[in-house]
Design a protein around this ligand. Structure first.
Ligand code: SF4
Length: 73
């Protein structure tokens, strides 16, 4: 059985780190930390989650690339 980790979790050797996921917003004061913006409330508001170590965390919703302007609207 395959477990799908939809929530952010630690994974030391991941090739899909939050670090270069398009949903990640870096913390301006600490490059090791960031916030995940993939989650949305029903009304469209962003529900941010803190990531304590962006290089060693991942989840099944990883998407490579930059957040486009449209995604912010
Ligand atoms: S969507 Fe997943 S992989 Fe991407 S930043 Fe959020 S928790 Fe990390």
């Amino acid at each position: 059985m395959t477990v799908i980790h939809t929530q952010v979790h630690k994974e030391d050797n991941t090739n899909k780190p939050c670090y270069d996921c398009k949903w990640q917003t870096p913390d301006p004061t600490d490059p090791l930390r960031g916030q995940c913006t993939v989650n949305r409330h029903a009304l469209g508001g962003v529900w941010k989650r803190w990531i304590s170590d962006v290089a060693h965390s991942t989840c099944s919703r990883y998407e490579e690339g930059e957040l486009s302007f449209r995604d912010h609207v």
